[in-house]
Design a protein around this ligand. Structure first.
Ligand SMILES: [Fe+2]
Ligand SMILES: [Fe+2]
Length: 496
């Protein structure tokens, strides 16, 4: 379990009695002095009912009236930014919170490097900036839509509560982006804000913008893999946008990253607890071979090779979210100073990259090669590499658990080119260990590498609700500790 992520839920970092910057008397809690901008306030107030309709239509199905023990952001002070309490989700206080302004902040990268950051939209980059914000914004409601049926099969009230926490915070992230659109982009911004409520994940005629956000999240293993791997794409994108020279975007994203840490924690511990339940059940039954799947599944737990296949799927579709590895749009956004790299400030180069190169892996003439490419055009490739490195920590911790039980199995990340639809490897068939395959070889192997029909049917059979306090499904171990110092058998969700 990541210490960093666990910290978010400890009482030391969350105190209940600090209500500093945010006034909850306002219809829309905020620390952006909304009440002084009548026009903006009016625009947001007129967007609000449509948002609530969207939430009721597309938010968690069947639990709108339940009292959920939720964290609500009440400020941006790292020492005490949230409070916990029972809330019905439609009454959640979705607010607009920006990280504090850094005095004297300058544009960290690109051709304007060193100039003061922009507080207003730079006219020449207006449409590029709007596009970046809309793409980020679109992912937020999309994941809520993808996860809307999961409450019914929650493996415990603790997990159900975590699902709903992630959902309401993705809703808040939508608010954060809509604030930027409405405040800074006038009529176009209002139209974009409306369109965000109209697109639907997986819908043929008006889908969400990015592929992975149109996939289904049909079961809890998918949810945990999604929050570990796909919310981590969110983390990387937010980190890159936090480097933006457009200061309101930077400040918005910096605060969103605080909430994102919990989403990653839910994913990491969700998969980790699944691994733990599997290993413990195998040990108890005296099974040492991780590939003895028939016997293992009879124990009501998920075999480790199936978890690897699930992970392979989520890793590969999430890698596609980074876009083409070599991209002139990404170069433009970086050079304009609208989006930086991961950890931009700590990188030891000139932050302009006019003369630099970056090694990019590509499939050329039937071989996988690494070629030096102008660094500016390889911005996406670099962010993808940073993402892949960032994924490894949790995987190592899952492997530690398996090792502790003495089971001979290790999770691994598939090759970068495995199962890709976008970028350098699109159109190629590549095995998890990085071999270029013929179509026939791919067809023969894919059931070993990606969840197959039998896997999906088995997972489906496990998804039985455990909705009594302290009850946990067979396939997942209880957490080591509860939320906000509450016990693991706390009534995290009060269903009617
Ligand atoms: Fe988000
Ligand atoms: Fe998230």
């Amino acid at each position: 379990m990541s210490q960093e992520d666990t910290l978010i839920e400890t009482p030391e970092s969350v105190s209940n009695d600090r209500f500093v910057e945010v006034s909850y008397d306002d219809a829309i809690p905020n620390n952006v002095d909304l009440s002084s901008d009548r026009q903006l306030l009016k625009a947001l107030e007129s967007w609000h009912p449509g948002y609530l309709d969207w939430w009721k239509d597309m938010g968690p199905d069947g639990f709108q009236e339940a009292d959920v023990y939720l964290r609500t952001a009440v400020g941006v002070d790292p020492a005490g930014w949230a409070k916990f309490g029972y809330v019905k989700m439609p009454e959640y206080r979705w607010g607009i919170l920006l990280a504090p302004k850094v005095e004297g902040r300058t544009i960290p990268c690109g051709r304007h490097k060193g100039e003061p950051v922009w507080q207003e939209v730079p006219g020449e980059y207006r449409s590029l900036l709007r596009r970046l914000i809309v793409i980020q914004a679109d992912t937020e409601p999309a994941s809520v839509e993808q996860q809307r049926y999961l409450g019914k099969t929650a493996p415990s009230l603790y997990d159900m509560r975590n699902l709903f926490q992630v959902n309401v915070e993705e809703g808040r992230h939508l608010w954060a982006m809509v604030y930027l659109l409405v405040k800074y982009f006038g009529k176009d911004g209002r139209e974009e804000a409306q369109a965000l409520l109209e697109r639907r994940s997986g819908q043929q005629d008006n889908p969400r913008i990015l592929g992975a956000f149109n996939e289904r999240t049909p079961d809890w293993l998918s949810f945990f893999m999604f929050t570990y791997f796909t919310d981590r794409d969110g983390k990387m994108q937010l980190a890159a946008l936090a480097e933006s020279g457009f200061d309101p975007l930077s400040r918005s994203c910096r605060f969103m990253l605080t909430e994102e840490a919990h989403h990653l924690f839910v994913g990491e511990t969700g998969v980790g607890r699944t691994v733990e339940a599997t290993c413990a059940a195998m040990q108890k039954a005296g099974i040492t071979d991780p590939y003895d799947t028939e016997a293992i599944r009879k124990l009501g737990v998920v075999d480790l090779p199936l978890l690897q296949r699930k992970a392979n799927f989520h890793m590969s579709v999430t890698r596609d979210l980074f876009g083409s590895e070599i991209s002139s749009n990404a170069a433009d956004a970086f050079s304009a100073g609208l989006k930086g790299r991961f950890n931009e400030a700590n990188l030891k180069d000139d932050h302009q990259l006019q003369d630099d190169t970056y090694p990019v892996m590509r499939a050329v003439d039937g071989h996988i090669v690494t070629e030096d490419v102008p660094a500016l055009r390889a911005i996406n490739s670099r962010l993808l590499d940073d993402y892949i490195a960032d994924c490894q920590g949790g995987i190592d911790r899952w492997n530690k658990t398996i090792e502790k039980f003495g089971i001979d199995f290790r999770f691994a990340q598939p090759h970068k080119g495995f199962n890709r639809r976008i970028g350098e490897f699109a159109g190629h068939r590549i095995s998890p260990d990085g071999r270029l395959l013929t179509e026939a070889e791919w067809q023969a192997g894919q059931g070993e590498w990606l969840p197959n029909d039998a896997d999906n049917a088995f997972i489906h059979s496990l998804m039985q609700p455990c909705h009594r306090p302290g009850e946990y499904a067979s396939w997942i171990a209880p957490p080591r500790m509860g939320i906000n110092q509450q016990p693991v058998d706390y009534e995290y969700v009060k269903i009617d």
